[in-house]
Design a protein around this ligand. Structure first.
Ligand code: SF4
Ligand code: SF4
Length: 740
């Protein structure tokens, strides 16, 4: 937790105070930098199944989409090279780069011979069930991989600029800490993977904007990564080693080269005493000038990887979820009941169906479209057959530590474990075939959407779909790599992502103790991330000891607060009491209304305004501790805390944090300035009443047939069904009377 707010710090400066470092006025001397910064992947066949082997496979797949055809139309973006550099660096920070810099690309940066991942030209991928998804299209990824090979045949001599990405290592895992066995010695691989992901996404983004761009990683590159880090002001030679003043020598790199003109950063000047005082003096120690400071510069410095960066061990664990789940009577529903799929099939009418084509409602924001590429890459790696030989892992408690430590190490913000009961599996795939209950256990991850970007947005403007896609992508990566590793050890494992999921993830989040049911409905709220997260799941037969559900007083808090219901632009969130829906006690939101709004939003792409507005959407400051304590421990304080949140104007847009461009695909592929932009303030004057709301719900009897065919929603029947939903007390009385 931090002491100071960085409310006014522009996003393009990053989390480290790099602007305080001394800079050179001329070109740096590159002649002494001989190491290129590349990694040699482990042998794929016959080698022991280390985590590096799985990471290397994912890196190879990312390398295979390093190139692509660029949009023939130039996007309407600012002409200023300075604004472009700031924008791209902000996007890199949004994707969790530690430090980003820009430089001109010169002859000294190009390698005489390209370095390639050993499997770069030979690795092939199975098409997964995702080919049937209408929002995501892995076939496009497989096509792009092939096209990328062709385009890579030429060099990057005509590229003029480079965006350089540095990913700092967290603490070195210690061999004797719980759960660290798989992650010891993986630092270079972890950093290389995370940097490669961002480079692949941002190169794709630049191509969507109409410019040539290629990503270069620690396994496949045409350029000298280390020299570019020096030229872009990320590192300098100290005692013969490439060093950044804040992260030292412990980092990995990736680069995007492009034809887009950018404003270069200046290289770092040699360290002086004066610089040490300015950059690493009292301000650094207190954390006054930037989010990263002496106390939090190294992630996990004082935490076990098993436990995450958040103090989850302080939470109250309970045997049952705080909301009733009638496990014996939960109906399994087909995938075709998922509302985004229904929109694609035309069940919600013409406009949402049009918006579904090629995932337009998400991908109309170019950055979200770029992120989708990585998610689709991971989707072709998320399934597979286990190795013939099963390794010995007989202790479920120890196994649980291994799984959670690995997920947190790779990038999950919080991971939890549970059983995977039959009722969380869809009954049928979207092609109508029956879905088997494949595995007994689930590891579920939450990925934070990030406070800074949430500060700058209305929640439903032109960054919204990219916020979601970033978290889906990261969840796909961490669950995918772990699933691949478990299969290498001889266990069955499948990652489930937004691109391709066999399970309904919400109940797994509850069972794994990652949060409680909130008024937002299907959104589970975590005490440290608030509702500002998305999830991913990996199911497996690897024996793991489940976590227990948590109780942090949210049921009482949401009873006393309805800010999300008040701020929802579509009126989808119930301001009334909880009801029973398909066997779950829940504040049932009108998912049809929410989906319609998200698909057809004209002033942005998708929506997450309910997450933005919630009082639990907090930046992670020490000062929040009293709020959290009172919210968790004093039931009478809830309504006052909710009012205080409004009085403090929390949930308004902070313009200092707005780094993205309001641009959109106009439907023809051309990226233009958006005609409308949602810039909502708070609706403090509105008193929302449940009796004024008309909400619809579609319980199992109203679910569509499990077939890939249209089944238009009957809204009148949905409204009637909502009215007939029982309260939890009525429902339980009926069970006692044997009527349910
Ligand atoms: Fe937006 Fe849906 Fe949340 Fe309402 S419920 S604020 S429409 S995401
Ligand atoms: Fe609960 Fe209020 Fe957050 Fe809605 S805004 S989820 S009611 S705490």
């Amino acid at each position: 937790m931090r002491l100071f707010t960085h409310h006014d710090r522009p996003v393009h400066l990053g989390a480290f105070p790099s602007e305080r470092l001394r800079r050179l006025s001329g070109e740096p001397d590159l002649s002494r930098i001989v190491d290129t910064g590349v990694l040699r992947p482990p042998a794929d066949e016959g080698a022991a199944p280390t985590l590096a082997r799985s990471i290397s496979r994912f890196m190879c797949a990312l390398d295979q989409v390093r190139e692509g055809d660029h949009n023939p139309h130039l996007a309407e973006i600012p002409g200023s090279p300075g604004l472009r550099s700031e924008h791209l660096k902000s996007a890199a920070y949004f994707l969790d780069t530690s430090i980003a810099g820009v430089c001109a690309l010169g002859p000294d940066h190009r390698l005489a011979e390209r370095v390639e991942h050993p499997a770069f030209r030979t690795a092939t991928y199975e098409q997964s069930e995702t080919k049937l998804r209408l929002r995501f299209n892995p076939n496009a990824v497989l096509r792009q991989m092939k096209r990328s090979m062709d385009l890579c045949a030429r060099g990057v001599e005509h590229h003029t600029h480079a965006l350089v990405l540095m990913v700092a290592h967290p603490r070195d895992p210690s061999a004797d800490e719980p759960g660290a066995e798989w992650i010891v010695g993986m630092q270079d691989w972890r950093a290389a993977l995370r940097a490669a992901e961002t480079a692949a996404v941002l190169a794709n983004y630049l191509r969507i904007l109409g410019h040539e761009a290629r990503s270069h990683t620690a396994t496949t590159t045409d350029v000298h990564l280390n020299r570019l880090a020096v030229s872009a002001g990320l590192a300098r030679l100290e005692d013969g080693a490439l060093t950044n003043p804040f992260v030292g020598t412990r980092f990995g790199l990736a680069v995007v080269t492009t034809t887009l003109a950018l404003k270069p950063d200046e290289a770092l000047a040699p360290a002086t005493l004066n610089e040490r005082w300015r950059a690493r003096g009292p301000s650094w120690w207190l954390g006054a000038s930037s989010q990263k400071n002496a106390s939090n510069a190294v992630d996990f410095a004082k935490r076990h990887y098993r436990d995450s960066l958040h103090p989850v061990e302080t939470l109250k664990r309970v045997d049952e979820t705080t909301t009733f789940i009638d496990e014996d009577r939960i109906p399994r529903v087909p995938k075709s009941s998922e509302f985004f799929l229904r929109a694609a099939f035309g069940d919600l009418g013409k406009a949402p169906q049009e918006a579904s084509k090629d995932g337009y409602s998400v991908a109309k924001a170019p950055l979200a479209a770029a992120l989708r590429l990585a998610l689709n890459v991971y989707s072709v790696l998320q399934r597979g057959e286990p190795a013939a030989h099963k390794a010995s892992y007989a202790d479920p408690a120890r196994n649980a530590d291994l799984v959670k430590a690995t997920l947190h190490y790779l990038g999950a913000d919080i991971a939890g474990l549970s059983r995977a009961p039959a009722w969380v599996w869809y009954s049928h795939r979207q092609d109508g075939t029956e879905m088997p209950v494949a595995h007994p256990f689930a590891a579920t991850v939450m990925i934070d959407q990030g406070f800074d970007t949430m500060e700058g947005t209305s929640g439903d403007d032109w960054i919204s779909s990219a916020q979601s896609m970033r978290t889906y992508m990261r969840a796909g990566l961490v669950c995918g790599v772990l699933g691949d590793h478990l299969r290498g050890l001889g266990f069955s494992a499948t990652a489930h992502s937004a691109a391709d999921s066999d399970v309904i993830q919400t109940p797994l989040v509850l069972l794994a103790g990652l949060g409680e049911v909130s008024r937002i409905g299907e959104t589970i709220l975590n005490p440290f991330l608030g509702p500002r997260s998305k999830t991913g799941v990996m199911t497996t037969d690897f024996p793991i000891q489940p976590d227990k559900p948590i109780d942090f007083g949210l049921q009482n808090f949401c009873e006393s607060c309805n800010k999300c219901a008040r701020e929802c632009p579509s009126g989808a969130i119930s301001a009334g009491p909880k009801v029973m829906f398909n066997g779950y006690e829940i504040w049932k939101a009108d998912v049809e209304k929410c989906t319609r709004y998200r698909m057809t939003n004209l002033g942005g792409s998708m929506c997450g305004r309910c997450m933005k507005a919630c009082p639990w959407n907090l930046p992670g400051l020490v000062q929040e501790k009293p709020f959290r304590w009172a919210a968790m421990n004093l039931p009478v304080a809830a309504q006052w805390l909710a009012r205080l949140d409004d009085a403090l104007n929390r949930g308004v847009i902070n313009p200092r944090k707005k780094w993205w461009w309001d641009i959109t695909n106009d439907g023809t592929g051309k990226v233009v300035a958006a005609k409308e932009v949602n810039t909502r303030g708070l609706n403090k004057h509105i008193k929302i009443k449940h009796e004024d709301q008309t909400l619809a719900a579609y319980p199992a009897p109203l679910a569509p047939l499990p077939l890939p065919m249209p089944s238009p929603v009957d809204r009148e029947a949905g409204i009637e069904a909502y009215r007939n939903l029982l309260s939890p007390a009525q429902y339980q009385a009926r069970i006692r009377e044997g009527q349910t």
